[in-house]
Design a protein around this ligand. Structure first.
Ligand code: AMP
Ligand code: TRP
Length: 328
C-alpha cells in the first residue's frame, strides 16, 4: 500500500485554503493508503510563538483534523515533537541540503522579509520538513501549491542522500489538487489566503455562517460583470470560480458557464462553502468537549509513528556511518 504523509502548522485557526488545498485530500487518501498526518509544532517554533498559544493551537489543530474527517483508526495522527526522530533526522538533512538551495526557497524569503528576527530554524525549515516526510518511506505528499518547492527540495535531498550513502529513502512526489490548490484572499485576490482570521479576506473553517456569507458578498471582483475564468486578468472572479469548482468537484470553466453576473456567483459560493463547513463546525464543538480523549489519541498516534520512524532513522544512521547507540 502506498504511503502518504503530510503536516500542518499549529498557528491560529484553519482557513478555507488549508481545507481545499490540503485537508480534503488528506481525508480522501486515508481510504486506500497508509496515511500519516502530523501537527508540526517544531516548525511553529521557528517564529517563537507564545508558549500557551502554541499549546492551545496544537490541540486546536489536532481537533480540527479529527473534525474534517481524519480517522485515527485508519490513519496515524500525532504531534511532531512527540516523536524525537524528526528532530534527529533533521540534522542529517541539514547536512545533506545546500546553503544555496535553502536560500532559494520562496517561503523563506517571504517570511524573513516580514520578520524582525529571522531564526536559523526558519532558514533550515525545509530540512526538518524533509525529515518529516522521509522518516515514513513516503510515496505521496498531499499539499497546497505553496509547498511544491519544499517537496521538490525534499526529493533532491532524498536522492542526494541515497547517492552518498546507498539506497536509504523512498523519493516522494507531491499531490496538488487541480482546483483549490491556491485559494486567494477575498479582499486581495493576488495574495494567497492566509491565517489572519479576523481579516475580511480569509474564511475560517469555524467561522459563523453569516460572517462567511458577508465576506463572500464583499469579495473583491472587477467591474466587467463577465464571469470568466482567467486568474491573470480577473483574479477575484477566478478565485470565486475556483472555490466553487473545488467545493462542488467541477472545473472552474464549467462553473463559469452557469453565471452571467457576480451577485449569484457570490451567493452560491457562500452557500456551497457553508454547506461544506457546517458538519465540520458541529463536529469541532463535540470533540472540543473532551480534550483528554484527543490527547490520548495523539499519544497512541505518536507511539505508532515512532515504530516506523526509529527503523528509518536507524537505517539512515548506519548508512551514514554513525556507530550504533547501544550494542546490538
Ligand atoms: P500551513 O497552514 O501553512 O501549515 O499549510 C497547511 C497546508 O495548507 C499546506 O499543504 C498548504 O499548502 C495548504 N495551504 C495553505 N494556504 C493555502 C491556500 N491559500 N490555498 C491552498 N492551500 C493552502
Ligand atoms: N511546511 C508545511 C506548510 O507550511 C507544513 C509541513 C511540515 C509539511 N512538514 C511537512 C507539509 C511535511 C507536508 C509534509 O504548510
Amino acid at each position: 500500500m502506498a504511503r502518504v504523509f503530510s503536516g500542518i502548522q499549529p498557528s491560529g485557526g484553519m482557513h478555507l485554503g488549508n481545507l481545499l488545498g490540503a485537508l480534503r485530500n488528506w481525508v480522501a487518501y486515508q481510504q486506500d493508503h497508509e496515511a500519516v498526518y502530523c501537527v508540526v509544532d517544531l516548525h511553529a517554533l521557528t517564529t517563537a510563538p507564545d508558549p500557551a498559544e502554541l499549546r492551545d493551537n496544537t490541540m486546536a489543530a489536532a481537533t480540527m483534523l479529527l473534525s474534517v474527517g481524519i480517522d485515527p483508526e485508519r490513519s496515524t495522527l500525532f504531534v511532531q515533537s512527540a516523536v524525537a526522530e524528526h528532530a534527529e533526522l533533521a540534522w542529517m538533512m541539514e547536512c545533506t541540503v545546500g546553503f544555496g538551495e535553502l536560500r532559494r526557497m520562496t517561503q523563506f524569503k517571504d517570511k524573513s522579509d516580514r520578520s524582525d528576527f529571522v531564526s536559523a530554524g526558519l532558514f533550515t525549515y525545509p530540512a526538518l520538513q524533509a525529515a518529516d516526510i522521509l522518516l515514513y518511506d513516503t510515496d505521496l505528499v498531499p499539499v497546497g501549491d505553496d509547498q511544491r518547492q519544499h517537496i521538490e527540495l525534499c526529493r533532491d535531498i532524498a536522492e542526494r542522500f541515497n547517492r552518498r550513502y546507498g539506497d536509504t529513502f523512498a523519493v516522494p512526489a507531491p499531490v496538488i489538487p487541480k482546483a483549490g490548490a491556491r485559494v486567494m484572499d477575498l479582499q486581495r485576490p493576488t495574495d494567497k489566503m492566509s491565517k489572519s482570521l479576523e481579516s475580511a479576506g480569509t474564511i475560517g473553517v469555524l467561522e459563523e455562517p453569516d460572517s462567511v456569507t458577508r465576506k463572500f458578498k464583499r469579495a473583491v471582483t472587477d467591474s466587467d460583470n463577465d464571469a470568466r475564468y482567467d486568474p491573470d486578468t480577473k483574479p477575484g472572479v477566478s478565485n470565486l470560480l475556483g472555490i466553487l469548482a473545488s467545493v462542488t468537484g467541477r472545473t472552474p470553466q464549467a462553473v463559469a458557464d452557469d453565471y452571467t453576473q457576480y451577485g449569484p456567483l457570490k451567493a452560491d459560493t457562500a452557500d456551497a462553502v457553508n454547506e461544506l463547513l457546517d458538519p465540520i463546525r458541529r463536529r469541532y464543538q463535540e470533540l472540543s468537549s473532551d480534550p483528554a480523549e484527543i490527547s490520548r489519541l495523539l499519544q497512541a498516534g505518536a507511539d505508532k509513528a515512532r515504530t516506523v520512524a526509529t527503523t528509518t532513522l536507524e537505517r539512515a544512521r548506519t548508512n551514514a556511518g554513525l556507530i550504533p547507540r547501544s550494542p546490538t
